[in-house]
Design a protein around this ligand. Structure first.
Ligand code: FAD
Ligand code: NAD
Length: 474
């Protein structure tokens, strides 16, 4: 039996960041994770580093470069020989990035003197955690505080068992050894759009079947419409309002039967990705006498400070309610560590940004117009298109726009919604502004370097006061 101040179950971006912050604050910390990496050895970093944020962005980048060379380089007067993709090499690059980053977290654990226990963690009771290893050994860890950071796992659909041969989950879809001729995807959410973009750019015919009548239900509707227009123009076949009824294996893949507004339809695809959301991962996490029960969505219930109903037991990241995002998990990890060590820690859940790494990228923070309308808030809208930006023209990225919503009374920025190139970076300016409770006037009076894409954010802030400089008055 070993004694610690804090034991963290899960070494994803929630758990490993919590563990590092605890150690920085002088707490004797242990972290448990059962993940086995592609090398067959235990791996830290969770979904994010192993099969999520990082590998998907590596493939998005490879596929963008391929498309750039194949289609867009000619606009610059650049010509080359035939362009081809070596999928094996592309996957090897991705794997190298993943292993460098996961090894980096292991090194951080060592340098912060965090004890890492590979294996499955179970909260037996407050302050007691059992670690079971693959070799069937068990160890009991005791701690004043336990942090549950066990993350999430893909939702599966009945009758569509993932075999990662024909029917894939998101992790399997990062490992295709060849480009499929025809790829079906169920779910036009974040994963469907990002991974659909990767394989379309590399040459697959991609059909995405989405149950809802609109794309990206939580995004600003204007952004969602623009996204649908741009993705369709690129050749992503997104079919809305489709209810999949059956998937049958065939010699060359599978046949998907679905109802498209009550009409029965069928498509044959070589491979199918099921990307219909994720659910909290809690299998074997909570012992029968631990005192923590799950809520109706299978998440660990917590208060606004990530405390569970049991004193000394905390939970954060994807295993609790809220957006399933790596940066949300990490910020909760820091806040919980600070609450444990020094009695106070803070995360502003109203300024958590969303980013979808398609082309164009999509990003938003804060309220949408619909939310402001339903709250009865009087607001001003400032919009500015990338097409009117000198830098956007110079780099050939003129699709999309920035929209800023500000309170008409106080001028405080209430939301920012963006679609365009590099908005994954631009959104952080809006997040900072909102975190500082800045007004649209503050943003409008901030000097932005020229020529940059960030000038579009500046012009949108000016536009919210009707004084954008480069806007044609009609
Ligand atoms: P996880 O990262 O899921 O980590 C939980 C860890 O706990 C895992 O390592 C697991 O092995 C371990 N574990 C679970 N149960 C136990 C147990 N009982 N004992 C021991 N260990 C256990 N988010 C973004 O913000 N940006 C992105 O670009 C992005 N891209 C994504 C792309 C894909 C394809 C996917 C699938 C997800 C993506 N996400 C992205 C979401 C992001 O990965 C998650 O929100 C994030 O990883 C959640 O962090 P976490 O620490 O809560 O959980
Ligand atoms: P999602 O919730 O983003 O999208 C799932 C989509 O599937 C929704 O549009 C939903 O209406 C649809 N759907 C559900 N059931 C369906 C059915 N039976 N038939 C057809 N459509 C159906 O989920 P996801 O794309 O699986 O991603 C899971 C989570 O992972 C995301 O919500 C996000 O939290 C995280 N993630 C984030 C990023 C990022 O930040 N860039 C990238 C990937 C994943």
């Amino acid at each position: 039996m070993s004694n610690f101040d804090v034991v963290v179950i899960g070494a994803g971006p929630g758990g490993y960041v919590a563990a590092i912050r605890c150690a920085q604050l002088g707490l004797k910390t242990a972290c448990i994770d059962r993940w086995i990496g592609k090398s067959g050895k235990p791996s830290v970093g969770g979904t994010c580093l192993n099969v999520g944020c990082i590998p998907s962005k590596a493939l998005l980048d490879s596929s963008e470069r391929y498309e750039e060379l194949k289609i867009h380089a000619a606009d610059h007067g650049i010509s080359s020989g035939p362009v081809s993709i070596d999928v094996e090499k592309m996957l090897a690059r991705k794997d190298k990035i993943v292993s460098e980053l996961t090894d980096g977290i292991s090194a951080l654990f060592k340098s912060n003197q965090i004890a890492f226990f590979p294996g499955h963690g179970c909260l037996v009771e407050a302050g007691v955690v059992r670690v079971s290893s693959d070799d069937r050994t068990e160890e009991i860890l005791k701690a004043k505080h336990v942090i549950l950071a066990s993350g999430s796992t893909p939702v599966q659909l009945p009758g569509m068992a993932v075999d990662n041969q024909t029917i894939f989950d998101s992790a399997g879809a990062l490992e295709f050894s060849t480009v499929p001729k025809k790829l079906g995807i169920i779910g036009a959410g974040v994963i469907g759009l990002e991974l659909g973009s990767v394989w379309r750019r590399l040459g697959a015919e991609v059909v995405i079947l989405e149950a809802m009548d609109s794309l990206l239900g939580t995004a600003d509707p204007m952004i969602a419409r623009e996204a649908k227009k741009q993705f369709s123009r690129q050749g992503l076949d997104i079919r809305l309002g489709c209810k999949v009824t059956q998937v049958e294996s065939t010699k060359d893949g599978c046949t998907i039967r679905y109802l498209d507004n009550e009409n029965s339809e069928t498509i044959d695809v070589e491979r199918l990705i099921v990307a219909v959301g994720r659910r909290p991962c809690t299998d074997g996490l909570l012992g029968p006498n631990c005192g923590v029960a799950l809520d109706h969505k299978g998440a660990v219930p917590v208060d606004a400070h990530c405390a569970t109903a049991v004193s000394g037991v905390w939970a954060l990241g994807d295993v609790v309610q809220g957006p399933m995002l790596a940066h949300k998990a990490s910020e909760e990890g820091i806040a919980v560590a600070e609450r444990i060590a020094i009695g106070g820690g803070h995360i502003d859940h109203s300024t958590i940004p969303w980013v979808i790494y398609t082309h164009p990228e999509i990003a938003w923070v804060g309220a949408t117009e619909d939310e402001l309308k339903s709250q009865g808030t009087d607001y001003a809208v400032g919009m500015f298109p990338f097409a009117a930006s000198g830098r956007a023209k110079a780099v050939g990225a003129t699709e999309g726009f920035v929209k800023i919503l500000a309170c008409r009374d106080s001028d405080r920025i209430l939301g920012a919604h963006m679609i365009g190139s590099q908005v994954s970076e631009l959104i952080n300016e809006a997040v900072l502004a909102m975190s500082m409770e800045a007004s649209a006037e503050d943003l409008a009076r901030t000097v932005h370097a020229h020529p940059t894409l960030a000038e579009v954010v500046h012009e949108a802030a000016l536009a919210s006061h009707g004084r954008a400089i480069h806007k044609v008055n009609r």
